[in-house]
Design a protein. Structure first.
Length: 76
């Protein structure tokens, strides 16, 4: 099982990059299958590039740094 605190710590490392562009990210959930649910906030929330930010930024870094993360999905 993935430690939610490990995921939160890595998100803290990512956060300054998102904030530099007027956005932010909040951890919503980490499930048993390694799916991390996040909510993009601020400028990131409505940005057309948000899917790329999730896949190429947040998901890639989480997978590298937290064993067991399978994917990152946006909150509904």
């Amino acid at each position: 099982m993935i430690d939610r605190e490990d995921v939160a710590a890595v998100l803290e490392l990512i956060r300054p990059s998102l904030q530099a562009d007027g956005g932010d990210v909040a951890l919503v959930d980490v499930d048993e299958e390694g799916v991390v649910t996040v909510e993009l906030q601020g400028a990131c929330k409505g940005c057309p590039m948000s899917q790329m930010t999730l896949a190429n930024g947040v998901e890639r870094i989480l997978k590298e740094r937290v064993p067991g993360v399978s994917k990152v999905v946006p909150a509904p």
